[in-house]
Design a protein around this ligand. Structure first.
Ligand code: PMP
Length: 442
Protein backbone atom coordinates (compact mmCIF):
# COMPACT_ATOMS: atom_id res chain seq x y z
CA UNK A 1 0.00 0.00 0.00
CA UNK A 2 1.17 3.53 -0.70
CA UNK A 3 1.50 6.36 1.77
CA UNK A 4 -1.30 8.60 0.57
CA UNK A 5 -0.18 11.80 2.26
CA UNK A 6 1.44 13.61 -0.64
CA UNK A 7 -1.10 12.53 -3.26
CA UNK A 8 -4.12 13.26 -1.08
CA UNK A 9 -2.79 16.74 -0.34
CA UNK A 10 -2.20 17.36 -4.01
CA UNK A 11 -5.73 16.21 -4.77
CA UNK A 12 -7.16 18.66 -2.24
CA UNK A 13 -5.30 21.44 -4.06
CA UNK A 14 -6.48 20.12 -7.42
CA UNK A 15 -10.15 20.06 -6.38
CA UNK A 16 -10.00 23.73 -5.53
CA UNK A 17 -9.04 24.68 -9.08
CA UNK A 18 -10.43 22.02 -11.45
CA UNK A 19 -13.88 20.42 -11.60
CA UNK A 20 -13.41 17.00 -10.04
CA UNK A 21 -9.80 17.97 -9.41
CA UNK A 22 -8.58 17.14 -12.90
CA UNK A 23 -8.67 17.99 -16.59
CA UNK A 24 -9.71 14.49 -17.66
CA UNK A 25 -11.79 12.10 -15.61
CA UNK A 26 -9.54 9.24 -16.74
CA UNK A 27 -7.03 9.88 -13.94
CA UNK A 28 -9.56 9.72 -11.09
CA UNK A 29 -9.38 6.83 -8.66
CA UNK A 30 -10.53 6.40 -5.10
CA UNK A 31 -9.72 7.85 -2.64
CA UNK A 32 -7.53 10.15 -4.76
CA UNK A 33 -5.55 10.01 -8.00
CA UNK A 34 -1.85 9.18 -8.01
CA UNK A 35 0.63 11.64 -9.43
CA UNK A 36 3.47 10.57 -11.69
CA UNK A 37 6.97 11.89 -11.31
CA UNK A 38 8.82 9.63 -13.70
CA UNK A 39 8.17 7.32 -16.61
CA UNK A 40 10.93 5.09 -17.89
CA UNK A 41 10.34 2.33 -20.43
CA UNK A 42 7.39 0.29 -19.17
CA UNK A 43 7.51 1.67 -15.62
CA UNK A 44 5.90 4.66 -13.94
CA UNK A 45 7.03 5.96 -10.55
CA UNK A 46 4.52 8.00 -8.59
CA UNK A 47 5.10 10.85 -6.18
CA UNK A 48 5.06 8.45 -3.22
CA UNK A 49 7.98 6.60 -4.78
CA UNK A 50 5.96 3.54 -5.88
CA UNK A 51 6.95 2.01 -9.23
CA UNK A 52 4.40 0.12 -11.32
CA UNK A 53 4.42 -1.71 -14.64
CA UNK A 54 2.45 0.41 -17.06
CA UNK A 55 -0.18 -1.53 -19.03
CA UNK A 56 -2.28 1.62 -19.51
CA UNK A 57 0.34 3.51 -21.53
CA UNK A 58 -1.61 6.75 -21.33
CA UNK A 59 -4.72 4.97 -22.59
CA UNK A 60 -3.00 3.18 -25.46
CA UNK A 61 -0.99 6.14 -26.68
CA UNK A 62 2.57 5.05 -25.85
CA UNK A 63 3.72 2.24 -28.09
CA UNK A 64 7.35 2.45 -26.92
CA UNK A 65 6.62 3.16 -23.27
CA UNK A 66 8.02 6.25 -21.56
CA UNK A 67 10.98 8.44 -22.45
CA UNK A 68 12.27 6.38 -25.35
CA UNK A 69 15.86 7.65 -25.89
CA UNK A 70 15.61 8.03 -29.69
CA UNK A 71 12.30 9.92 -29.46
CA UNK A 72 13.72 12.15 -26.72
CA UNK A 73 16.82 12.87 -28.73
CA UNK A 74 14.88 13.78 -31.90
CA UNK A 75 12.34 15.92 -30.04
CA UNK A 76 15.10 17.65 -28.03
CA UNK A 77 16.85 18.70 -31.24
CA UNK A 78 13.59 20.07 -32.66
CA UNK A 79 12.75 21.90 -29.42
CA UNK A 80 15.95 23.90 -29.71
CA UNK A 81 14.79 25.08 -33.13
CA UNK A 82 11.28 26.07 -32.11
CA UNK A 83 8.07 24.29 -31.21
CA UNK A 84 5.32 25.78 -33.39
CA UNK A 85 5.24 28.04 -36.41
CA UNK A 86 2.68 29.72 -38.66
CA UNK A 87 4.59 28.17 -41.57
CA UNK A 88 5.15 24.56 -42.61
CA UNK A 89 8.03 22.27 -41.64
CA UNK A 90 9.74 19.52 -43.61
CA UNK A 91 9.12 16.98 -40.85
CA UNK A 92 5.34 17.26 -41.46
CA UNK A 93 5.86 16.19 -45.07
CA UNK A 94 8.24 13.38 -44.06
CA UNK A 95 5.76 12.06 -41.48
CA UNK A 96 2.89 12.27 -44.00
CA UNK A 97 4.96 10.30 -46.56
CA UNK A 98 5.84 7.70 -43.95
CA UNK A 99 2.20 7.21 -42.88
CA UNK A 100 0.94 7.05 -46.49
CA UNK A 101 3.48 4.30 -47.13
CA UNK A 102 2.03 2.16 -44.33
CA UNK A 103 -1.31 1.43 -45.98
CA UNK A 104 -2.51 1.11 -49.57
CA UNK A 105 -5.76 2.85 -48.56
CA UNK A 106 -4.00 6.02 -47.43
CA UNK A 107 -3.72 8.26 -50.49
CA UNK A 108 -3.73 11.56 -48.61
CA UNK A 109 -3.42 12.46 -44.93
CA UNK A 110 -3.89 15.46 -42.64
CA UNK A 111 -2.73 15.77 -39.05
CA UNK A 112 -4.77 17.14 -36.15
CA UNK A 113 -4.34 17.15 -32.36
CA UNK A 114 -6.51 14.35 -30.96
CA UNK A 115 -8.50 11.29 -31.85
CA UNK A 116 -11.69 13.24 -31.20
CA UNK A 117 -10.65 15.78 -33.80
CA UNK A 118 -9.65 13.06 -36.27
CA UNK A 119 -13.06 11.36 -36.01
CA UNK A 120 -14.82 14.74 -36.23
CA UNK A 121 -12.75 15.55 -39.32
CA UNK A 122 -13.73 12.24 -40.96
CA UNK A 123 -17.42 12.83 -40.25
CA UNK A 124 -17.30 16.38 -41.60
CA UNK A 125 -15.37 15.22 -44.65
CA UNK A 126 -17.94 12.48 -45.30
CA UNK A 127 -20.79 14.98 -45.04
CA UNK A 128 -19.03 17.45 -47.32
CA UNK A 129 -18.23 14.75 -49.89
CA UNK A 130 -21.67 13.14 -49.99
CA UNK A 131 -23.87 16.17 -49.25
CA UNK A 132 -25.66 14.02 -46.64
CA UNK A 133 -26.09 14.60 -42.93
CA UNK A 134 -26.51 11.29 -41.10
CA UNK A 135 -23.82 9.00 -39.71
CA UNK A 136 -24.23 5.37 -38.66
CA UNK A 137 -22.20 3.98 -35.78
CA UNK A 138 -22.06 0.83 -33.71
CA UNK A 139 -23.82 0.74 -30.35
CA UNK A 140 -21.41 1.20 -27.44
CA UNK A 141 -18.30 2.00 -29.43
CA UNK A 142 -16.16 4.90 -28.23
CA UNK A 143 -15.00 7.47 -30.77
CA UNK A 144 -14.21 10.54 -28.64
CA UNK A 145 -16.22 13.57 -27.61
CA UNK A 146 -17.78 14.98 -30.81
CA UNK A 147 -21.56 15.18 -30.28
CA UNK A 148 -22.32 12.81 -33.14
CA UNK A 149 -19.50 10.34 -32.48
CA UNK A 150 -20.39 9.82 -28.82
CA UNK A 151 -24.05 8.86 -29.29
CA UNK A 152 -24.92 5.55 -27.55
CA UNK A 153 -21.41 5.16 -26.21
CA UNK A 154 -22.83 4.64 -22.72
CA UNK A 155 -26.24 3.15 -23.55
CA UNK A 156 -27.58 0.91 -20.79
CA UNK A 157 -30.34 -1.69 -20.44
CA UNK A 158 -32.87 0.94 -19.34
CA UNK A 159 -32.43 3.09 -22.44
CA UNK A 160 -30.77 1.07 -25.20
CA UNK A 161 -34.05 0.02 -26.86
CA UNK A 162 -34.83 -3.05 -29.00
CA UNK A 163 -31.95 -5.24 -30.18
CA UNK A 164 -32.98 -4.83 -33.81
CA UNK A 165 -33.52 -1.08 -33.48
CA UNK A 166 -31.14 0.40 -30.90
CA UNK A 167 -31.97 3.87 -29.58
CA UNK A 168 -29.73 6.91 -30.12
CA UNK A 169 -28.78 7.62 -26.51
CA UNK A 170 -27.01 10.89 -25.61
CA UNK A 171 -23.91 10.92 -23.41
CA UNK A 172 -23.82 14.59 -22.40
CA UNK A 173 -26.85 16.34 -21.01
CA UNK A 174 -27.97 18.99 -23.46
CA UNK A 175 -26.91 17.08 -26.58
CA UNK A 176 -29.12 18.59 -29.30
CA UNK A 177 -31.97 16.33 -30.41
CA UNK A 178 -30.91 17.19 -33.95
CA UNK A 179 -27.56 15.46 -33.33
CA UNK A 180 -29.31 12.35 -31.98
CA UNK A 181 -31.62 12.32 -35.00
CA UNK A 182 -28.61 12.34 -37.28
CA UNK A 183 -26.94 9.31 -35.74
CA UNK A 184 -28.17 5.84 -36.70
CA UNK A 185 -27.17 3.10 -34.27
CA UNK A 186 -26.40 -0.42 -35.50
CA UNK A 187 -25.55 -3.55 -33.48
CA UNK A 188 -21.99 -4.95 -33.61
CA UNK A 189 -21.24 -8.08 -35.64
CA UNK A 190 -24.84 -8.60 -36.72
CA UNK A 191 -24.78 -7.93 -40.47
CA UNK A 192 -28.42 -8.76 -41.20
CA UNK A 193 -29.80 -6.52 -38.44
CA UNK A 194 -27.33 -3.75 -39.24
CA UNK A 195 -28.19 -3.72 -42.95
CA UNK A 196 -31.94 -3.71 -42.23
CA UNK A 197 -31.41 -0.55 -40.15
CA UNK A 198 -29.09 1.08 -42.70
CA UNK A 199 -31.61 0.42 -45.49
CA UNK A 200 -34.11 2.67 -43.71
CA UNK A 201 -31.75 5.64 -44.13
CA UNK A 202 -30.09 4.78 -47.39
CA UNK A 203 -30.40 8.15 -49.10
CA UNK A 204 -29.43 10.09 -45.98
CA UNK A 205 -26.26 8.43 -44.69
CA UNK A 206 -22.94 10.18 -45.30
CA UNK A 207 -20.95 7.42 -43.68
CA UNK A 208 -20.61 4.45 -41.37
CA UNK A 209 -18.16 4.80 -38.48
CA UNK A 210 -16.56 1.54 -37.35
CA UNK A 211 -13.90 0.41 -34.87
CA UNK A 212 -12.60 -3.05 -35.82
CA UNK A 213 -11.62 -3.98 -32.24
CA UNK A 214 -13.80 -1.79 -30.07
CA UNK A 215 -12.55 -1.41 -26.54
CA UNK A 216 -15.96 -0.73 -24.95
CA UNK A 217 -17.47 -3.71 -26.77
CA UNK A 218 -15.02 -5.98 -25.02
CA UNK A 219 -11.94 -5.83 -27.29
CA UNK A 220 -13.52 -8.43 -29.57
CA UNK A 221 -12.74 -8.23 -33.29
CA UNK A 222 -15.33 -7.27 -35.88
CA UNK A 223 -16.21 -10.37 -37.87
CA UNK A 224 -15.01 -10.39 -41.49
CA UNK A 225 -18.59 -10.84 -42.75
CA UNK A 226 -19.79 -7.81 -40.74
CA UNK A 227 -16.99 -5.66 -42.16
CA UNK A 228 -17.58 -6.94 -45.71
CA UNK A 229 -21.33 -6.31 -45.42
CA UNK A 230 -20.82 -2.70 -44.25
CA UNK A 231 -18.22 -2.06 -46.95
CA UNK A 232 -20.53 -3.40 -49.67
CA UNK A 233 -23.55 -1.52 -48.35
CA UNK A 234 -21.65 1.77 -48.19
CA UNK A 235 -20.34 1.39 -51.74
CA UNK A 236 -23.75 0.47 -53.15
CA UNK A 237 -25.52 3.30 -51.34
CA UNK A 238 -23.14 6.21 -51.86
CA UNK A 239 -22.00 6.37 -48.23
CA UNK A 240 -18.40 6.28 -46.97
CA UNK A 241 -16.85 3.68 -44.69
CA UNK A 242 -14.86 5.39 -41.92
CA UNK A 243 -12.64 3.17 -39.80
CA UNK A 244 -11.58 4.48 -36.41
CA UNK A 245 -8.02 3.24 -35.80
CA UNK A 246 -7.27 5.68 -32.99
CA UNK A 247 -6.42 2.74 -30.74
CA UNK A 248 -6.24 -0.17 -33.16
CA UNK A 249 -3.59 1.17 -35.52
CA UNK A 250 -1.12 -0.49 -33.16
CA UNK A 251 -2.40 -3.98 -34.02
CA UNK A 252 -0.60 -4.26 -37.40
CA UNK A 253 1.92 -2.29 -39.43
CA UNK A 254 -1.05 -0.99 -41.44
CA UNK A 255 -3.60 -0.95 -38.63
CA UNK A 256 -6.40 -3.35 -37.71
CA UNK A 257 -7.72 -2.98 -41.28
CA UNK A 258 -4.65 -4.95 -42.36
CA UNK A 259 -6.32 -8.07 -40.93
CA UNK A 260 -9.35 -7.69 -43.22
CA UNK A 261 -10.03 -7.64 -46.93
CA UNK A 262 -11.30 -4.07 -46.74
CA UNK A 263 -10.29 -0.60 -47.83
CA UNK A 264 -12.08 2.15 -45.94
CA UNK A 265 -12.72 5.51 -47.59
CA UNK A 266 -11.37 7.29 -44.53
CA UNK A 267 -9.38 6.26 -41.47
CA UNK A 268 -9.12 8.18 -38.21
CA UNK A 269 -5.91 7.77 -36.19
CA UNK A 270 -4.41 9.24 -33.04
CA UNK A 271 -2.75 8.18 -29.79
CA UNK A 272 0.39 6.14 -30.46
CA UNK A 273 1.20 7.64 -33.87
CA UNK A 274 2.19 10.83 -31.99
CA UNK A 275 5.08 9.19 -30.16
CA UNK A 276 3.75 10.42 -26.79
CA UNK A 277 2.53 13.86 -27.91
CA UNK A 278 -1.03 15.01 -28.69
CA UNK A 279 -2.00 13.87 -32.18
CA UNK A 280 -4.70 12.82 -34.55
CA UNK A 281 -4.76 12.12 -38.27
CA UNK A 282 -7.30 11.45 -40.97
CA UNK A 283 -6.24 9.58 -44.06
CA UNK A 284 -7.91 8.00 -47.04
CA UNK A 285 -9.11 8.41 -50.62
CA UNK A 286 -7.58 11.41 -52.36
CA UNK A 287 -10.90 12.53 -53.86
CA UNK A 288 -12.59 12.46 -50.44
CA UNK A 289 -9.69 14.15 -48.65
CA UNK A 290 -9.82 16.86 -51.32
CA UNK A 291 -12.90 18.35 -49.62
CA UNK A 292 -10.26 20.07 -47.45
CA UNK A 293 -8.26 21.27 -50.47
CA UNK A 294 -8.62 25.02 -51.11
CA UNK A 295 -6.35 25.11 -54.18
CA UNK A 296 -9.06 24.93 -56.84
CA UNK A 297 -11.75 27.08 -55.23
CA UNK A 298 -13.29 27.25 -51.76
CA UNK A 299 -12.86 24.01 -49.81
CA UNK A 300 -16.12 22.16 -49.11
CA UNK A 301 -14.75 21.48 -45.62
CA UNK A 302 -12.44 24.31 -44.59
CA UNK A 303 -9.94 22.77 -42.19
CA UNK A 304 -7.60 24.50 -39.72
CA UNK A 305 -5.99 23.88 -36.32
CA UNK A 306 -3.45 26.07 -34.52
CA UNK A 307 -1.27 23.21 -33.29
CA UNK A 308 -2.03 20.73 -36.08
CA UNK A 309 1.18 19.21 -37.46
CA UNK A 310 3.35 21.10 -34.96
CA UNK A 311 6.96 20.01 -35.43
CA UNK A 312 7.27 18.49 -31.96
CA UNK A 313 4.45 16.01 -32.53
CA UNK A 314 5.60 15.40 -36.10
CA UNK A 315 9.15 14.65 -34.96
CA UNK A 316 8.06 12.35 -32.14
CA UNK A 317 5.48 10.59 -34.32
CA UNK A 318 7.90 10.13 -37.20
CA UNK A 319 10.49 8.53 -34.91
CA UNK A 320 7.93 6.40 -33.06
CA UNK A 321 6.52 5.03 -36.29
CA UNK A 322 10.00 4.43 -37.73
CA UNK A 323 10.76 2.33 -34.66
CA UNK A 324 7.40 0.54 -34.92
CA UNK A 325 8.38 -1.34 -38.07
CA UNK A 326 7.12 -4.75 -39.24
CA UNK A 327 9.57 -6.56 -37.00
CA UNK A 328 8.59 -4.53 -33.91
CA UNK A 329 4.88 -5.13 -34.61
CA UNK A 330 5.41 -8.89 -34.86
CA UNK A 331 7.50 -9.01 -31.68
CA UNK A 332 4.97 -6.96 -29.71
CA UNK A 333 1.99 -8.99 -30.91
CA UNK A 334 3.77 -12.24 -29.96
CA UNK A 335 4.43 -10.85 -26.50
CA UNK A 336 0.74 -9.99 -26.20
CA UNK A 337 -0.22 -13.53 -27.24
CA UNK A 338 1.93 -14.74 -24.37
CA UNK A 339 0.18 -12.26 -22.07
CA UNK A 340 -3.31 -13.44 -23.10
CA UNK A 341 -2.29 -17.09 -22.74
CA UNK A 342 -0.80 -16.44 -19.28
CA UNK A 343 -3.97 -14.64 -18.14
CA UNK A 344 -6.06 -17.53 -19.45
CA UNK A 345 -3.92 -19.93 -17.42
CA UNK A 346 -4.30 -17.72 -14.34
CA UNK A 347 -8.09 -17.82 -14.77
CA UNK A 348 -8.00 -21.63 -14.99
CA UNK A 349 -5.74 -21.98 -11.96
CA UNK A 350 -7.83 -19.56 -9.89
CA UNK A 351 -10.90 -21.48 -11.09
CA UNK A 352 -13.09 -18.42 -11.59
CA UNK A 353 -15.71 -17.54 -14.22
CA UNK A 354 -13.61 -15.07 -16.18
CA UNK A 355 -12.08 -14.79 -19.63
CA UNK A 356 -9.61 -12.73 -21.60
CA UNK A 357 -10.17 -11.16 -25.02
CA UNK A 358 -8.01 -9.10 -27.34
CA UNK A 359 -5.90 -9.01 -30.46
CA UNK A 360 -2.61 -7.46 -31.49
CA UNK A 361 -1.03 -5.81 -28.46
CA UNK A 362 -4.31 -5.44 -26.55
CA UNK A 363 -6.14 -7.51 -23.95
CA UNK A 364 -9.14 -7.17 -21.68
CA UNK A 365 -10.08 -9.28 -18.68
CA UNK A 366 -13.81 -9.93 -18.22
CA UNK A 367 -15.33 -11.38 -15.09
CA UNK A 368 -17.65 -13.39 -17.31
CA UNK A 369 -17.33 -17.06 -18.09
CA UNK A 370 -17.76 -16.54 -21.81
CA UNK A 371 -16.30 -13.83 -24.01
CA UNK A 372 -18.89 -11.24 -24.95
CA UNK A 373 -20.07 -11.02 -28.53
CA UNK A 374 -21.76 -7.62 -28.51
CA UNK A 375 -21.99 -4.37 -26.53
CA UNK A 376 -25.00 -5.75 -24.72
CA UNK A 377 -23.23 -8.96 -23.69
CA UNK A 378 -20.07 -7.01 -22.77
CA UNK A 379 -22.13 -4.75 -20.52
CA UNK A 380 -20.86 -4.83 -16.94
CA UNK A 381 -23.68 -5.07 -14.39
CA UNK A 382 -23.31 -3.62 -10.85
CA UNK A 383 -22.21 -6.92 -9.22
CA UNK A 384 -19.60 -7.52 -11.86
CA UNK A 385 -18.46 -3.90 -11.58
CA UNK A 386 -17.95 -4.34 -7.85
CA UNK A 387 -15.80 -7.42 -8.39
CA UNK A 388 -13.93 -5.75 -11.24
CA UNK A 389 -13.17 -2.69 -9.12
CA UNK A 390 -11.83 -4.95 -6.37
CA UNK A 391 -9.65 -6.75 -8.91
CA UNK A 392 -8.38 -3.46 -10.35
CA UNK A 393 -7.49 -2.29 -6.84
CA UNK A 394 -5.59 -5.52 -6.21
CA UNK A 395 -3.67 -5.15 -9.47
CA UNK A 396 -2.90 -1.52 -8.70
CA UNK A 397 -1.77 -2.21 -5.12
CA UNK A 398 0.51 -4.94 -6.40
CA UNK A 399 2.23 -2.92 -9.07
CA UNK A 400 0.14 -2.81 -12.25
CA UNK A 401 -1.33 0.20 -14.02
CA UNK A 402 -4.31 -0.89 -16.11
CA UNK A 403 -7.13 0.83 -17.98
CA UNK A 404 -10.31 1.10 -15.86
CA UNK A 405 -12.15 -1.56 -17.88
CA UNK A 406 -9.41 -4.03 -16.84
CA UNK A 407 -7.79 -3.73 -20.23
CA UNK A 408 -4.09 -3.61 -20.88
CA UNK A 409 -1.89 -2.53 -23.74
CA UNK A 410 1.68 -3.61 -24.23
CA UNK A 411 4.59 -1.41 -25.16
CA UNK A 412 7.76 -2.40 -26.99
CA UNK A 413 9.64 -1.62 -23.78
CA UNK A 414 8.18 -4.79 -22.20
CA UNK A 415 9.84 -8.19 -22.00
CA UNK A 416 8.77 -11.68 -20.90
CA UNK A 417 9.66 -10.70 -17.37
CA UNK A 418 6.98 -7.98 -17.09
CA UNK A 419 4.41 -10.25 -18.75
CA UNK A 420 5.13 -13.05 -16.28
CA UNK A 421 4.95 -10.64 -13.34
CA UNK A 422 1.62 -9.31 -14.64
CA UNK A 423 0.17 -12.83 -14.92
CA UNK A 424 1.27 -13.66 -11.38
CA UNK A 425 -0.35 -10.48 -10.03
CA UNK A 426 -3.55 -11.23 -11.97
CA UNK A 427 -3.63 -14.76 -10.54
CA UNK A 428 -3.23 -13.47 -6.98
CA UNK A 429 -5.86 -10.79 -7.62
CA UNK A 430 -8.39 -13.32 -8.93
CA UNK A 431 -7.75 -15.60 -5.95
CA UNK A 432 -8.22 -12.70 -3.56
CA UNK A 433 -11.57 -11.54 -4.99
CA UNK A 434 -12.73 -15.16 -4.96
CA UNK A 435 -11.72 -15.53 -1.32
CA UNK A 436 -13.65 -12.34 -0.56
CA UNK A 437 -16.76 -13.82 -2.15
CA UNK A 438 -16.94 -11.31 -4.99
CA UNK A 439 -16.71 -14.00 -7.64
CA UNK A 440 -17.64 -17.70 -7.59
CA UNK A 441 -16.02 -20.85 -8.98
CA UNK A 442 -16.43 -22.25 -12.44
N1 PMP B 1 -11.53 6.81 -30.99
C1 PMP B 1 -11.20 5.79 -30.18
C2 PMP B 1 -11.41 4.38 -30.66
C3 PMP B 1 -10.69 6.05 -28.91
O1 PMP B 1 -10.39 5.03 -28.10
C4 PMP B 1 -10.48 7.38 -28.50
C5 PMP B 1 -9.91 7.73 -27.13
N2 PMP B 1 -9.91 6.75 -26.18
C6 PMP B 1 -10.83 8.41 -29.39
C7 PMP B 1 -11.35 8.09 -30.61
C8 PMP B 1 -10.64 9.84 -28.99
O2 PMP B 1 -9.28 10.15 -28.93
P1 PMP B 1 -8.74 11.38 -28.04
O3 PMP B 1 -8.93 11.00 -26.61
O4 PMP B 1 -7.31 11.53 -28.46
O5 PMP B 1 -9.57 12.56 -28.42
Amino acid sequence: MTNPTVSSKLYERAKRVMPGGCSRNTILRKPHPIYAVKGEGCFVTDIEGVKRIDFANNVASLIHGHAHPQILEAVGRQMENGTAFTVGTEIEIAFAEQMIDRSAGFEKIRFVNSGTEAVMGCIKAARAFTGREKIAKVEGSYHGLYDYAEVSQTAKPTNWGAADNPSSVPVAYGTPQAALNDVVIIPFNEPARALAILDQYKDELAGILLDLLPHRIGVIPASPDFVAALRKWATENGALLIIDEVITFRTNFDGAQGSYDVTPDLTAMGKMIGGGFPVGALAGRADVMDVMNPLYGPALFPHYGTFSANPITMTAGHMAMKLFDQEAVIRLNKLAERARAAISDAIKIADVPACVTGRGSMFRIHLKERAPTSYRSAYVDPDEQKALNALLDELFDNGLLMIETCSGLLSTAMTHSEIDQMAEIVLNGLRKIKRNGLIGSL
